[in-house]
Write a protein that binds this ligand. Sequence first.
Ligand SMILES: Nc1nc2c(c(=O)[nH]1)N[C@H]1C(S)=C(S)[C@@H](COP(=O)(O)OP(=O)(O)OC[C@H]3O[C@@H](n4cnc5c(=O)[nH]c(N)nc54)[C@H](O)[C@@H]3O)O[C@H]1N2
Ligand SMILES: Nc1nc2c(c(=O)[nH]1)N[C@H]1C(S)=C(S)[C@@H](COP(=O)(O)OP(=O)(O)OC[C@H]3O[C@@H](n4cnc5c(=O)[nH]c(N)nc54)[C@H](O)[C@@H]3O)O[C@H]1N2
Ligand code: SF4
Ligand code: FES
Ligand SMILES: [Mo]
Length: 906
Amino acid sequence: MKAYINNIAYDFVQGETILEYVRRIENNKNAIPTMCQDDRLENFGSCRVCSVEVAREKDGPTKTMASCHTPISEGLYIYHNTERMQRLRKNIVELVLTDYPSDKIFPSSTKKATPFQETIAQIGIPNIRYPKGKTHFDIQPDRAHPYIKSDLSQCINCFRCVRACEEIQGEMILGMSGRGFATNIIKGFDETFNESACVSCGACVQTCPTEALTDKFETKTLIADKTVRTTCTYCGVGCQLDVSVIDGKIRGIQAPETAEVNQGHTCLKGRFAFQFYDHPDRLREPMIKKKGKFEVVTWDEAYDFIATKLIEIKNKYGPDSIGGISSSRATNEENYLMQKMIRVTVGTNNIDGCARVCHAPTAFGMQQSFGTGAATNSIEDLKQTDAIFLFGANPVKGHPVTGAKIKQAFMKGVTSIVVDPIKTSLAELADYHLQIRPGTNVAILNMIAHYIIKENLVNQHFIDSYTEKYSAFKIHVETLNMHELETLTGVSKKLVRKAAIAYAKANRAMEFHGLGVTEHFQGSKTVMLLSNLAMMTGNVGRNGVGLNPLRGQNNVQGAADMGVQPHQGAGYMDINKPEIQKYYAKKYGVSKMPEHEGLKIPQMLDAAIDGKLKALYIMGEDTIMTDPNTNHSIKAFEKLELIVVQELFMTATTEMADVVLPASSYFEKNGTFTNGERRVQRVNKVIEPIGNTKPDGQIIIDVMSRLGYKQPTGLTYDAGKVIEEIADVIPFMKGLTWERLGENGLQWPINEDGTDTKMLHINGQFKKGVGTFHHFDFEETPEIISHGKKYPFILTTGRELEHYNSGTMTRRTDNQTILPQDILEVHPRDAREKGIKDNTVVRIFSDRGSVQIPIKYSKNVKRGVLRTTFHQPEVFINIITGSVGDKETMTPEYKVVAVDFEQIPN
Ligand SMILES: Nc1nc2c(c(=O)[nH]1)N[C@H]1C(S)=C(S)[C@@H](COP(=O)(O)OP(=O)(O)OC[C@H]3O[C@@H](n4cnc5c(=O)[nH]c(N)nc54)[C@H](O)[C@@H]3O)O[C@H]1N2
Ligand SMILES: Nc1nc2c(c(=O)[nH]1)N[C@H]1C(S)=C(S)[C@@H](COP(=O)(O)OP(=O)(O)OC[C@H]3O[C@@H](n4cnc5c(=O)[nH]c(N)nc54)[C@H](O)[C@@H]3O)O[C@H]1N2
Ligand code: SF4
Ligand code: FES
Ligand SMILES: [Mo]
């Protein structure tokens, strides 16, 4: 397939536009000037700046075409830089400039040129012959939003922002109003950014080629000393960020368009919520609590204190009296070292992490069904799927960049099914929303399976060839009474049947799930039933299918991979087995490893209350704030003889500590995070550690060495060297090296030659040999059985877009201005029956305690259900959540809490 550029033949790729073809051949992004074009947006072809001359034969008669939206075809002759085209482009720019401030044609000396200024420079400054049109100049700049500003006097009507808002984020906040010269961008119903429903993702700012849309940090035109690519610290999407630094300070963040994960997009946390890093509240010095008050000490004093106390406790009560909680916010290398410290230098398997309160049931359940506890497919598969089954996850808030892609798919018409007790924005858009009573997941999945079998929509070939124990499952769901389950779930049988048929009939169906699955009494069982659904319909091992847990934290996948679990070491090997203990002992250069399984976090807290656990070493978790039943956690902490916490900030947890060690944030260290699609990505150091902080990795190596173990890769923490050790210990990381990770990381298993893995269980080749069906009955949670009568409302807790978990970081950014509080959503009739007005503060209480919280009337919740978030210590919602957990993994049931609420008496 050949076409010609200036009469020279070159191969083209099917589907390329003329612009892409010329750029590729000339290896020059600026080979043809553009204005309204953005690689990430559908081609629009409105400005014609990219016009080229095109002929059917050599030097034949030419036509003028917009290269950005004309496909290249066989035998086409392209002349892209002719005098005629140069004149045409100049004329276009001249017209645009009649309505553009003359002092913005050139960049000011302190700023980088905008893309439009670059285009002007490339084309040449025209003579402006036309009188000034009716301009945008009289539209007032909008500066009310904490992050995003508009000054429409610089708008050139390229529509890029409007298209980015729709095509990338799927929000459709931005639009055009008016005609001709009076055309201008509007937000929402002609509101300010602040008043509109804008989600502050910044996609419009990033694509806008002028300074009509900018961010508070003026990121687009910053002349930075350096720009460092790194991985976002917040959620498990793992967006790549370009961080600009001037004078050792972070000044702004853009999203690299070459990033495979996020293609130039982010949410407001990744792009804007970085101001926490040098906030005055950052911990800068080690501290020891003396007579009830924290005093600043040197690192040596802190280390000596910790080592002396740990050794004393170990000698007196044995190694199992000490426990460690590691951090999914920290890097793989640091998590690896943390579990090693607890196992090797303390000598216990009492090591756990936030997966316990999060996706432990996913790991456990998927291991039972498939043999691997990680996402089967990659997010890019969204482009190839015919149906999306979103079960107990709200990615628009929790995984916004993936959420935006799912929303795009919904809008483009893939079959969409949402199972969620809340009418989330995706539920509202979906073809089928099964709005179940919280906690009835097993019941609804049994109903779905029942109808798939009844309608004969199973993939018998897949079941027979690759799975086991199907018939027991089949008999079980066939005999279930749909009428009973309908009453129990609160969702009509008819609707469930339709949704089941839609899922099973899709050629390729992708399942996504979140905490609405795992944070329940029957969490692990629900995961196994979701696995059944994929297996019975043959939706495993191809592109565009699979079971894809939306893993929470930036590095929760990695923390588990590194062995932050009491029953499995680095690489998920069973530490109960003598041969595995030998394996680790050899790798770690010690004579012996601890021999029995350790305690999970809830067991550690119970053991503390029982006087069996004496010391807790916590790296980056706000356990007091985020674990359920706060009073219970406090009681446990009060019994401990030693609490060490490595943190960025003072938290409810550090307040109870004996030693607080100031850790460097992700901007201040090297390492890797593993995202929810098993992708190990680099975290590159952007700035020097703030104050007297140290990277967690360094702190752990220092403490290990005080405890008598010399880290073989050196006493100075070097992430690259720890990676070498990890690659040596974990079989599925064999080919991992810092260099090989490159800009877009590698998805494990990583083979010795450095090749990686986008998809697991290809063609039914399950990791564990065959896929296994399990079957379960719905069981009411003890929370409802014990407390449901006295506390008739069900509270479910989750997250909002603007804040991240305990909120320690996001509350110290302007996100707090956008969303200053936790709010309780209540069905208006439930509130009115109690005589409670909208927007008032109520008391909400359970068997564990009570807190005060402002309410909002909302029809997104059904009657009898309440919803809120856990981001603000002012509310401290976990005071009322309970201790019931998933039967298999003990993950707390944050999603079903028996409560009642009342007006606050005057
Ligand atoms: N903005 C933001 N993003 C985050 C976080 C954050 O705090 N803020 N935290 C990160 C972390 S740690 C995690 S784990 C992820 C979590 O991300 P998600 O898993 O999406 O988390 P949630 O919003 O807690 O819960 C998901 C959905 O489950 C629904 N649900 C509740 N009960 C049930 C039920 O019984 N059945 C079903 N089917 N659904 C139910 C809820 O209504 C909610 O819509 O987000 C990560 N990303
Ligand atoms: N009610 C209710 N409670 C919940 C949930 C819910 O849905 N409802 N969800 C649960 C879930 S899924 C999770 S994962 C947990 C999360 O609970 P946590 O893990 O406690 O929450 P985070 O706020 O993510 O962060 C922990 C701490 O890490 C610190 N940190 C950040 N980066 C670093 C670093 O590099 N080094 C060190 N040393 N510290 C660092 C932060 O300052 C923060 O205080 O909350 C759980 N709690
Ligand atoms: S979607 Fe997740 S990873 Fe991406 S910028 Fe937002 S918080 Fe960071
Ligand atoms: S860049 Fe091609 S028409 Fe605008
Ligand atoms: Mo989580």
